[in-house]
Design a protein around this ligand. Structure first.
Ligand code: G1P
Ligand code: ZN
Length: 542
């Protein structure tokens, strides 16, 4: 039986960089999730009888919202729901299921790398039929609807059994519980030379993968241990937990510190990797070397042709604006297009759909390709393994040779988390005010070449996205970028992205923070970070 329930709007349901993210108690308010899900459906057209994919990263409140979403999909007239067993689908796996089964779209429940638990973060994101995050015109429509919503529709039925694969019927809609892993594992096997990787591993090459008690555990177990033959125990923390074991499931040098230490030890394994809460980010560490995500994008692009799925070469490379320019020189050498987009995976969708870009990446540990429309943590790890298997060199050697060929972009991001929102907005406003006067100014040896607030003109749909980050470019190719996070759930997070290009191979061995020291000081001088935020140090340096 379908019920129409009266509701009143919440003012704060504006999707950010990646869907609507709030603390769990916010989502637990009466009708909060229902309002947002109904707003999604109300913003869409033409889904009657069509398929909706539903899944999430298994965090606290995942199962509850999955039940709500299934019952609301039935009441709103979808023909079929595909849901991952246990309510689980990693973000890239959800993207794949949407594409493979030609679904109308999907609802992905995740707050990515943010902590989970009763007082931590939750999120709801809508993905369109190409498998990618809804573009801004859709998220704007969802938000607009959420501001005036007065009713939602839900089927009055018992909860669906999420733990057994199979099909059931709800008010005329079919719900199929699917294996969350198998379609994804098949896709990976179609892209990479599993035989070559199996041989590498059988020859004694040691891989460790930290699933961070998050969604990639079952995927990595199946692929790395079962299909590629890595010994049991190679995948660590493989059971997805609702609170990720109390940790931040963010694969960076702070939250995956233990893995980093392991990889820097004298008896380190050959290759270490990790993924985040919902499986779309990656951390890649070779023995004795952390590969920055920006470098990883460049190195993967330069070597992708070694994997069967990319043997024909790349159509183009896309990177978010704050990501370092390392990939730009690879694109130049390959004679292919390089696209610079705003932060957030949704901006890559058009370029991938149009066949303009094959590989995309963000400095925030996101790399992916046209195989799905999300970034994909395990994909990046497997492409690295494929390249290592073919080149038969260490990650350290591959990186050194890459820098010798292309030059090195020293790169770091400094995050100031939970800063007072007014202070953060004031800092950005003051930077904007300086944009016209900065060019030509010198700070020590650094002279500002240009300064702007990045705006993106989508070459496919011609939409324009303004105010995407303040860029200050110095002569010689160094730069600092400032922007406020669009994914945080308390206060503001200021991100400062610092980059220096070093063509000279004799200077490729410097500690990153040291190589960037003068730029770090100038960033503070121009933006007044310390005085405006009261912070003397970043909360996280990656
Ligand atoms: C952050 C990252 C961005 C990424 C997004 C979703 O967004 O910076 O690159 O696409 O998470 O994973 P931000 O918090 O900076 O808005
Ligand atoms: Zn994520």
């Amino acid at each position: 039986m379908i019920r129409t329930v009266t509701t009143t709007p919440y003012g704060d349901q504006k999707p950010g960089t990646s869907g609507l993210r709030k603390k769990v108690p916010v989502f637990q308010q009466k009708n909060y999730a229902e309002n947002f899900i109904q707003s999604i459906f109300d913003a869409l057209e033409g889904f009657a009888g069509q398929t909706l994919v539903i899944g999430g990263d298994g965090r606290f409140y995942n199962r509850e919202v999955i039940q709500i979403a299934i019952k609301m999909a039935a009441a709103n007239g979808f023909g079929r729901v595909l849901v991952g067993r246990g309510g689980i689908l990693s973000t890239p796996a959800a993207s794949n299921v949407i594409r493979k089964y030609e679904a109308f779209g999907g609802i992905v429940l995740s707050a990515s790398h943010n902590p989970g638990g009763p007082t931590e973060d939750f999120g709801i994101k809508y993905n369109i039929g190409n498998g990618g995050p809804a573009p801004e015109k859709v998220t704007d429509a969802i938000y607009a609807r959420s501001q005036v919503i007065d009713t939602y529709k839900i089927s009055d039925v018992a909860d669906v059994n999420l733990d057994a694969e199979g099909t059931q019927d709800i008010d005329g809609m079919t719900v199929t519980v699917i294996d969350p892993v198998s379609d994804y594992a098949t896709l990976m096997e179609s892209l990479f030379d599993f035989d070559a990787i199996r041989k590498l591993i059988a020859g004694g090459f040691r891989v460790v993968f930290d699933a961070m008690s998050a969604v990639t555990g079952p995927y990595a177990k199946e692929i790395i241990e079962k299909r590629l033959g890595a010994p049991k125990g190679s995948v660590m923390n493989f059971i997805p937990l609702p609170d990720f074991g109390g940790h931040h499931p963010d694969p960076n040098l702070v939250h995956a510190r233990a893995l980093y230490e392991t990889m820097m030890a004298p008896d380190a394994p050959d290759f270490g990797a990790a993924s985040d809460g919902d499986g779309d980010r990656n951390l890649v560490i070779g023995r004795g070397i952390f590969i920055t995500p920006s470098d990883s994008l460049a190195m993967l692009a330069a070597n992708a042709h070694l994997a069967p799925g990319y043997a024909k070469g790349l159509a183009g490379i896309a990177r978010s604006m704050p990501t370092s320019g390392a990939a730009d020189r690879v694109a130049e050498k390959l004679g292919i297009g390089l696209y610079e987009t705003p932060t957030g995976w949704k901006f890559f969708g058009n370029l991938l759909d149009e066949g303009m870009a094959t590989i995309c990446g963000e400095e925030s540990a996101g790399t992916g390709s046209n195989h799905v429309r999300e970034k994909d943590g395990l994909w990046a790890v497997l492409l690295w393994l494929n390249i290592l298997a073919v080149r038969k060199e260490s990650a350290l050697d591959i990186a050194a040779k890459h820098w010798a060929t292309y030059g090195r972009n020293y790169y770091s991001r400094h995050d100031y988390e939970e800063v007072d929102s007014d202070a953060a907005n004031g800092l950005v406003a003051a930077l904007r005010d300086q944009l016209s006067t900065l060019p030509g100014k010198s700070f020590g040896a650094l002279k500002v070449a240009t300064a702007d607030d990045f705006s993106y003109h989508d070459p496919v749909d011609h939409s324009v996205s303004k105010n995407q980050g303040i860029r200050i470019l110095f002569e010689g190719g160094s730069r600092v970028v400032f922007r406020l996070s669009g994914t945080g759930t308390s206060g503001a997070t200021l991100r400062v992205y610092i980059e220096r290009f070093e063509p000279d191979p004799t200077r490729h061995d410097i500690d990153t923070q040291e190589a960037l020291a003068d730029l770090i000081l100038v960033a503070d001088e121009i933006a007044g970070i310390k005085t405006r935020t009261g912070r003397t140090e970043p909360s996280v340096i990656t």
